[in-house]
Design a protein around this ligand. Sequence first.
Ligand SMILES: CC(=O)SCCNC(=O)CCNC(=O)[C@H](O)C(C)(C)COP(=O)(O)OP(=O)(O)OC[C@H]1O[C@@H](n2cnc3c(N)ncnc32)[C@H](O)[C@@H]1OP(=O)(O)O
Ligand SMILES: CC(C)C(=O)C(=O)O
Length: 505
Amino acid sequence: MVATTADSAEKIIIFDTTLRDGEQVPGSQLNTLEKIEVAKALEELGVDVIEAGFPISSPGDFKSVVEISKVVSNPVISALTRAKEKDIDVAAEALKYAKKGRIHTGIGTSPYHIYSKFNSTPEQILERAVQMVKYARKYVDDVEFFAEDAGRSDNAFLAQVVEAVIAAGATVINLPDTTGYCTPYEYGEKIRYLKENVANVDRAVLSAHCHNDLGMATANALAGIMNGIRQVECTINGIGERAGNTSLEEIVMILKCRKDIPAYTDIDTTKILKTSRLVSNLMRMPVQANKAIVGRNAFAHSSGIHQDGVLKNRENYEIIDPADIGVTDSSIVLTARSGRAALDHHLRRLGYNLSHAELDVAYSKFLVVADAQKSVSDDDLRNLAGTEMVEDARRIKLDYLQVVCGKDAIPMATVRLLIDGEACVATASGNGPIDASINAVRQLITQKVTLEEFLIQAFTRGTDDVGKVHIQVANKGKVFYGFSANTDIITASVNAYIDAVSKVI
Ligand SMILES: CC(=O)SCCNC(=O)CCNC(=O)[C@H](O)C(C)(C)COP(=O)(O)OP(=O)(O)OC[C@H]1O[C@@H](n2cnc3c(N)ncnc32)[C@H](O)[C@@H]1OP(=O)(O)O
Ligand SMILES: CC(C)C(=O)C(=O)O
């Protein structure tokens, strides 16, 4: 276990492999310019190492490692190779402009890899590992060795390999759970075993590279940290081969949030969201809404009890301050599950200070809109606050509206109004559903008015939007305005008309 005093907190090196393992996601390949853009964002984010590619794999990947090496100065630039001289030669060539270059070479150490991938023996694998580390050291001082499938490797053989490659000059030892098979307990125990059984283990940094096949990639990296891992290999949004890798934002925020874990990173967490969006867009990999830290809903509170709790004290329901990762929007999302506290919060933010009684009225109006929409925006609230949220003191109220319309149908409307509490019904036709509805209203409200203007507007958000209706009527030379908003534009039109005519009366 790592020590538990705050002053002995250990720095965890963040090795980002978005551009290598992340880029192994089918359909997510980037061109060199896009890779440079991501690399610069990773540098701004404060990662310590950028794995820029696998230079022997293609001329494009080679070029990307070269170009990234030229423009990135702070992080170490790492290039992946197999345990082959040719791969190492090409990687060294690609890294020639890197201010701090690292060759990341290695070979599989599990029985699967030894016997059924390489058709080899443990002795031959050990020998090749040592030779290739020595070979890479001829080019660079910083050589990372990966023991592929360390997760399923025999611990005693793994310890033998690790000891030998450290003696051969490896500065970092990567212990990948390549297939995402380990449980956190097993992975932690593996690291502890190596710490206790490898001579000179402290000459090298131990690194975790965990895959997410069983959803344990971040938990395994954390278990590693608790047992001596000092570098975590991770990707933005957790992307990577198959189910992906430890996600950078998760491991970084765990270490920031859990002060009882004596480890920290140098990541500027306020840039996490921005970097996540960039990677998602460039790599055409949408982030699932409930993804920890960077998902659209990661900080969204939509239910009334939670919203009330957050408004009383953010920490009632939030373990992370959204601003810490660069979230600037309000986390209180208005939906039909919201309560008065959340509605009042947003109305005050928009400058509407309602009394208790007004808020009650507003709330019931709000629920009608919220039920009709997935969420209620500021624009919706402004509309509602404009008219619908004030106590409806009009003598005339729309009680019922039914419209028949469609292609080749004769538009017909039936309205029932409550005029001073008395129900009156009328039916009329028109040249469209709104015309038919207003004609029906006119049969019941005989007040003479001239319709001077009728305007319907939608906000640009989609088919579930609220329609706003502005009406201008004239009576005896005076102008009266009516307004209403509703997801049903015919209801909004009738209400706006009633609003205007009520003012005349
Ligand atoms: C776990 C990981 O994520 S490792 C990284 C995975 N990423 C990639 O594979 C992407 C880049 N890969 C490539 O572009 C290609 O696979 C190349 C250029 C590396 C090799 O291409 P090819 O020469 O056509 O070989 P191919 O891909 O068919 O097979 C891989 C070969 O590498 C060998 N190999 C695999 N890993 C290693 C290793 N760590 N050390 C040495 N040899 C290895 C395999 O045994 C196989 O060789 P064989 O055909 O003699 O059995
Ligand atoms: C090449 C190594 C580091 C790897 O990606 C893995 O084992 O998953």
